[in-house]
Design a protein around this ligand. Structure first.
Ligand code: 3JN
Length: 339
């Protein structure tokens, strides 16, 4: 079997480390693996398959001979370095929002629109959607295929790991201070205290009153599934370490009952239905953390409209929401395109 040289760019961050873990877990056919990051962490070591990878400085890293670059270094860094890597012949799978809405760049969730990967050659870059978009489209595409979704109303409950390692520290320190030291830990990564609180703002505000995170969900869902679907989102940060949850309400053209939706989702790729109110069976973020699936619970009819359905969708935001999705894209690439 052919083996590939893979660079993980942003290797020191939450998503970068998860990418390395998943490459190892899934036995991705790697020849050389490079951990690449900013000069701040260059020189540190990250374990991979029992060996130590020395983190290399992105500024001087040469992408020649690298087949696949899995990028999660932050928007402005990808904007500069993804095209440099692509020009050197490395196919980039980029986790940032920078390229997602570019019409020449495929925006891919392998369970939903793997065919879009075929366009990777236009720019040598494939975009990984936002974490909140990924888990929602995995759960909704099978329903759209049979019943045509007209409208989506979603509220998210997003874990702090989506905001990075310092955000996780902030939740920890503020929680500890509440019970222990009594000392104030002022918000740094968030606009308000995150411990014992919920914050209705993720990313910055736009002129239309939505946040960027909310409009990412709107625009990316349309690009991935169907531009005719109308979407509105409220994205909220909650004091959970890992896994995003979403309350999703849809209106469909054709009627679909909760039982039909359950049966459809039970056989859908990447989805696990955990749904039995009689036995209090539903998923929570803590149970989804560390798993690959997108879990769907609380499927029920929305009695406020004719063809409405509601559900609760939970997935590990660092895995399916980022690292796993990127590695799955790379798997399709090597299976169907990069032979
Ligand atoms: O906050 C979350 O839970 C997800 C965060 C995603 C994020 C954070 C900073 C910059 C993104 C993203 O993936 O859209 C970006 C970005 O690339 O714009």
């Amino acid at each position: 079997m052919k083996k590939y040289n893979v660079a993980v760019v942003g290797a020191s961050g939450n998503v970068g480390r998860e990418i390395l873990t998943i490459l190892a877990e899934r036995d991705f056919p790697v020849d050389k693996v490079y951990a690449v990051a900013s000069s701040r962490t260059a020189g540190s070591v990250i374990p991979f398959k029992g060996k130590d990878l020395v983190v290399q400085d992105l500024e001087t890293f040469d992408f020649k001979g690298v087949d696949i670059g899995l990028f999660s270094p932050g928007g402005s860094v990808s904007a500069k370095y993804a095209p440099i890597a692509a020009a050197a012949g490395c196919v980039v799978v980029d986790n940032t929002s920078h390229f997602r809405m570019d019409p020449d760049i495929p925006l891919v969730v392998p369970e939903v629109n793997p065919e879009a990967i075929a366009d990777y050659g236009k720019r040598g870059i494939i975009a990984n959607p936002n974490c909140s978009t990924i888990q929602m489209v995995v759960a909704l595409k099978p329903i759209h295929d049979v019943a045509t979704i007209k409208r989506i109303v979603v509220s998210t409950y997003q874990a702090v790991s989506g905001a990075g390692k310092e955000a996780m520290e902030e939740l920890f320190e503020q929680s500890r201070a509440t019970f222990g030291t009594g000392m104030e830990v002022p918000p740094k990564k968030f606009t308000k205290e995150i411990a014992f609180n919920v914050i209705p703002q993720i990313d910055s505000f736009l002129d239309n009153g939505y946040t960027k995170e909310e409009m990412k969900m709107v625009n990316e869902t349309k690009k991935i599934i169907d531009s005719a679907i109308r979407v509105t989102a409220t994205t909220v940060r909650v004091p959970v370490y890992n896994s995003h949850a979403e309350a999703v309400t849809i209106e469909t053209e054709k009627k679909i009952t909760p039982d039909e939706a359950r049966a459809l989702l039970a056989k859908a790729p990447g989805v696990e239905v955990v749904d039995d109110p009689k036995t209090l069976t539903y998923i929570t973020p803590r149970e989804a953390a560390g798993k690959d699936a997108t879990f769907v619970s609380r499927i029920r009819e929305d009695e406020s409209c004719d063809n409405g359905l509601q559900m609760w969708v939970v997935s590990d935001n660092l895995r399916k929401g980022a690292a796993l999705n990127a590695v799955q894209i790379a798997e399709v690439l090597i299976q169907d395109h990069l032979k």
